[in-house]
Design a binder for this molecule. Sequence first.
Ligand SMILES: Nc1ncnc2c1ncn2[C@@H]1O[C@H](COP(=O)(O)OP(=O)(O)OP(=O)(O)O)[C@@H](O)[C@H]1O
Ligand SMILES: [Mg+2]
Length: 219
Amino acid sequence: MIVTVINQKGGVGKTTTAVNLAYIMAKDKNVGLLDMDPEGGTSFSFGIRRDKREFPIGGKSVNIFNVEVFPAHLGLLKLELGGEVEDVVKEIKALGKDYDVLVIDTPPNLGTLAVASMIAADKVISPVTPQPLAMEAVRNLDSRLQSLGKSASAFTNMSKKAVELELKSVKFVHVAIPPSKLFSESSRLGVPASRYEEVRFKKARIGKLYEELGKVVLE
Ligand SMILES: Nc1ncnc2c1ncn2[C@@H]1O[C@H](COP(=O)(O)OP(=O)(O)OP(=O)(O)O)[C@@H](O)[C@H]1O
Ligand SMILES: [Mg+2]
């Protein structure tokens, strides 16, 4: 199953979602995590630097905490600027066959990489923060999904109160990830927040929320 995390607004928590979902699901599934953002935030969250070389999609991976991470590399920029959406979709789908779940992080736009990742997806997840621009972005995503004949689940990030919005192709699930310092502390160390929480504290509060998100969205 291919799970794409998408929202064209920057900084709403796409990377955080992809990284933590992959980490949590890898406890009992064969999980791949594909960084499709040339900025390489997902790679960085697993302590890996962007690769200055070019690879085909799925051409380089590192296994960390049982997650097969496919880091960002220079080839992504070329694909973003000159790649054919259909070719990228094919490559992603071929990679997806090797995993129970392939989680994909996307850049903050609806360019070639994000759109191809969305088309290839069996499930689309969108983190939304309770700010006007993030709401606007999810409305845009809704129209885009409608034109592609696809649907997505949205959840609330950085707020205790769940955002509720009636849209056609985006369904809001009742999961809200609150603001927490764990995210900045863990990202400085290059580990997923739910891993950091497990090692540092007895209670896995944030981890439980991602577990719930995984269940709600992937059922
Ligand atoms: N629930 C949260 N509480 C506090 N900080 C958070 C939370 N979720 C994400 N963050 C922090 O917010 C920042 C932006 O998150 P993230 O990088 O996941 O967003 P993004 O949508 O991937 O951004 P971009 O569009 O730039 O790729 C990061 O510093 C991250 O650690
Ligand atoms: Mg990101």
